[in-house]
Design a protein around this ligand. Structure first.
Ligand code: BJW
Ligand code: ZN
Length: 244
């Protein structure tokens, strides 16, 4: 793949860069994205219908089991060349901020350092009532495990629809996006707020927006550079073209 020379030149001298990632970045590791249809046991459910406090209230066991299944899926996969290319980028760019909506922890596993996890992490489990974190819980096939402190139901420490994002992570993400010179949006459908507005904020402040995604998104019209395809293929080639 050929990259536009203006992009390559710009990246060689960029000081402040933000990359926002979504489920598409982990697709090549073998994890399903949110907009993919589910298969097997979960084929009858839409991910967006399970990732909400209402779904957990209605049927906590169903939601707990879905996350238990996904937790195991995440444990079985590894970062892909897209994750590693972002680690490489961080080493070359003076002020690099990686903002992810992913809860799979693959960026951390790959070695990314300056990382903001906007939607939490699926491997962390906490009480739905008193917020106490726990590392160990029993696996009762009938019921959702309960908190040792208050007896409340345990849940994954992820952000569901209608819930607020971790304040410190969101604030840092907004500041970095407003201040960056180049903003990458990678593997995200750009639909879920407030993450989806970060690219627009960057664009409004004069940043160059670069989009790498399998398909167009609402951010595409604002992007100066758009690359349609797989992030695990495009990112390593881009890093090689710029710093290789
Ligand atoms: C590839 C590829 C490859 C594939 N290479 N590309 C303003 C307006 C309207 C609504 C709202 C608003 N503000 C807030 C809302 C409500 C709501 C919202 O945004 N709704 C929209 C659906 C309209 N937002 C919230 O509720 C948020 N909270 C909030 O704002 O609090 C304040 C508040 C509260 C109450 C009222 C008002 C305000 C919380 C959002 C939490 C999202 N949580 C989830 C689940 C996390 C846990 C879990 O993992 O189960 O986060 S939902 C899901 O979506 C998950 C993802 O992180 C997130 C984003 O999805 P992502 O990553 O973009 O994945 P996909 O699948 O959508 O896209 C993948 C893309 O990759 C596709 O385009 C593919 O083509 C591409 N792709 N393979 C490159 N190999
Ligand atoms: Zn509790």
């Amino acid at each position: 793949m050929m990259f536009e020379s203006t992009l390559v030149e710009q990246l060689r001298t960029v000081r402040r860069l933000v990359a926002l990632t979504g489920a598409g970045v982990s697709q090549e590791s073998g994890l399903r994205t949110f907009r993919d249809a589910q298969t097997g046991l979960w084929a009858q459910y839409k991910p967006h219908e399970l990732a909400s406090p209402e779904a957990f209230q209605r049927d906590p066991k169903l939601v707990w089991d879905w996350y238990a299944w996904r937790r195991e899926a995440v444990k079985a996969v590894r970062p892909n060349p897209g994750h590693y290319a972002l680690v490489e980028m961080e080493k070359r760019v003076p002020a690099f901020t990686l903002i992810t909506q992913n809860v799979d922890g693959l960026h951390r596993m790959a070695g990314s350092q300056n990382l903001l996890e906007l939607h939490g992490n699926i491997q962390r489990v906490r009480c739905a009532d008193c917020y106490t974190f726990t590392e160990i819980w029993g696996d009762d096939s009938e019921a959702v495990p309960r908190c040792q402190v208050c007896g409340g139901l345990l849940r994954p420490d992820v952000v569901w629809f209608g819930e607020t994002l971790p304040r410190d992570q969101l604030e840092a993400a907004v500041l970095a996006s407003r201040a960056c010179e180049v903003f990458f949006s990678i593997g995200t459908s750009g639909i879920v707020q407030p993450a989806a507005s970060l690219g627009f904020a960057a664009h409004n402040r004069g940043a160059v927006v670069v989009e790498i995604n399998a398909e167009p998104t609402p951010l595409t019209p604002k992007a100066t550079f758009v690359m349609h395809g797989k992030s695990g293929e495009i990112l390593p080639r881009l890093v090689k073209a710029v710093w290789g």
